[in-house]
Ligand binder design. Structure first.
Ligand code: ATP
Ligand code: MG
Length: 467
């Protein structure tokens, strides 16, 4: 039997004090976080409070509650014989709300008959109730969903990126930007031999690759070489500052480019011939790139300059046609055989149709990015035929100037496409990083020489190992 004393327990004041202190600390932390947050996050913090407080009511109106007619165990025990049957209970999913700069992330539980599909059906309703531009619902493990609500459209909100100048923690991770729900989009570079980047002039292609160079430049395990079809000299154009961190560069001269691609194919052959002996593996990605065996990235901007088909019978056109045909064969070699020895080719072109970049190169590049496009045909060339089935994500819809810097990419590992807002890296920041990291530049050929010498091997591989 429970006995109630007529006096308050002795420890009550202490317990009250402890509760008051805890509430006080929690309030203080919340206020400090609010004051420190940027403007967008503050608005989201207030929005999060509204979402939490209004949830029980809203969930009922959105049909996200369920009525449980069976009394709970406690109600069954305490119910008196012949007494009134306990009223059915309305179950509301429990939620946890986290605000960020763009809106709120709501983690919710599912209930019987209230699963991911039901949440997805109410997404539009929730978006209106929470005053969000867009709400997405995705499964978050068994019995859980994550609801993302964004107030402003992350795709039309330009972002900037200030390179840290520190080596990336993970060399296989290329952080591209954020998607339409402000979630980070990264792609894995491990075992990727080629990336194509397409889009109309001024859409943000070079700028996107600029970020790649700035992020990876501080790592001595990455070496970069560029062919830019837009300029005649290294001191001109978009790569004028970054060239300090490149072990080679060539402009629009086809002969020069031809010599550069030949040099890289030679490197590819030497690496293929020696990788097992030197690294003890057949695939570089089993051990990862190192300063001795760096990931070698070939950036070919305005790739059509070097690879397009020339048609004509006069001597000059024939010479150019022979050169671009050979360039295409050399780049094909790098894309098809370079993956396991750590060579990555990034091909940038306004249009990636077969006449600009031969399909035997384009179609073996596993990652395709497309900034704004004028025609569906150009979008199909850049992203594959499946983009016709996803008109909402098509790069043709990105022609508004608000979408400069927004690219479309096929999802890795699931159907469909994702739109990505890539951040802008200022020329001054790019120049700063290139200057500060220029001492890390090394020719991968010389790195291989040094590695072979240090392991007691000659530069020429033994005949049994040559292909
Ligand atoms: N992510 C971005 N966010 C905001 N503005 C951007 C972004 N990327 C590019 N821009 C703006 O667009 C301009 C053109 O970008 P960029 O040189 O990358 O275009 P491009 O696609 O390479 O064009 P082209 O085909 O002519 O070489 C930049 O100078 C910059 O002002
Ligand atoms: Mg460009």
């Amino acid at each position: 039997m429970i006995r109630f004393e007529n006096s308050v327990p002795e420890y009550a004041p202490d317990a009250l004090l402890a509760v008051a202190v805890l509430v006080g600390v929690w309030l203080l932390v919340t206020v400090v976080r609010y004051v420190w947050a940027d403007r967008g996050t503050r608005v989201s913090m207030r929005q999060a409070v509204r979402v939490r407080w209004g949830w029980a009511r809203l969930a009922r109106m959105a049909g996200l509650t369920v009525t449980d007619k069976t009394p709970s165990l406690l109600a069954q025990i305490t119910a008196q014989k012949d007494g009134p049957t306990p009223a059915p209970r309305v179950l509301t999913p429990r939620i946890k709300v986290t605000p960020d700069r763009f809106g709120v992330i709501v983690r919710a539980r599912t209930l019987p008959q209230v699963g991911v599909e039901e949440y997805q059906k109410s997404a539009r309703f929730l978006a209106d109730a929470w005053q969000c531009t867009r709400v997405s619902v995705l499964p978050d493990g068994p019995g859980k969903v994550v609801i993302r609500g964004v107030r402003s459209d992350p795709l039309t909100t330009p972002t900037t990126h200030r390179p840290s100048g520190l080596p990336p923690v993970d060399l296989t991770r290329w952080e591209l930007g954020i998607d339409e729900y402000a979630a980070k989009v990264c792609v894995s570079l491990a075992n990727v031999p080629g990336v194509t980047v397409a889009g109309v002039p001024g859409a943000g292609k070079t700028s996107g690759v600029n970020k790649f160079v700035c992020d990876f430049a501080p790592s001595p395990s990455v070496q970069i070489v560029t062919a830019d079809g837009k300029v005649s000299r290294a001191s001109e154009g978009d790569y004028a500052d970054l060239v300090k961190r490149m072990f080679a560069f060539c402009g629009d001269d086809l002969d020069e480019a031809n010599a550069l691609f030949k040099r890289l194919v030679e490197l590819r052959k030497r690496r293929s011939a020696t990788i097992r002996d030197v690294l003890g593996v057949k695939n570089l990605w089993h051990v990862g790139p190192s300063p001795q065996w760096p990931l070698t990235v070939l950036i070919i901007d305005e790739a059509h300059t070097y690879l397009r088909e020339y048609k004509g019978s006069d001597a000059t056109t024939k010479r150019l046609a022979a050169l671009t045909a050979e360039n295409a064969r050399l780049v094909e070699d790098l894309v098809k055989k370079g993956r396991s020895v750590g060579i990555l080719v990034i091909l940038i072109s306004q249009k990636t149709t077969g006449d600009a970049i031969p399909t035997f190169i384009r179609d073996v590049c596993p990652i395709g990015l497309s900034f704004a496009q004028k025609t569906v045909e150009a979008a199909v060339a850049a992203l594959g035929d499946d983009i016709r089935n996803w008109p909402d994500a098509s790069p043709v819809t990105l022609q508004d100037p608000a979408y400069v810097g927004v690219a479309v990419m096929a999802m890795q590992g699931r159907p469909g496409y994702t739109r990505i807002r890539t951040p802008y890296v200022s020329d001054a920041d790019a120049a700063r990083v290139a200057e500060a990291t220029s001492h890390l530049t090394a020719d991968p050929d010389l790195c291989l020489d040094a590695l072979l010498a240090s392991t007691g091997r000659t530069t020429a591989p033994p005949p049994s190992h040559t292909k």
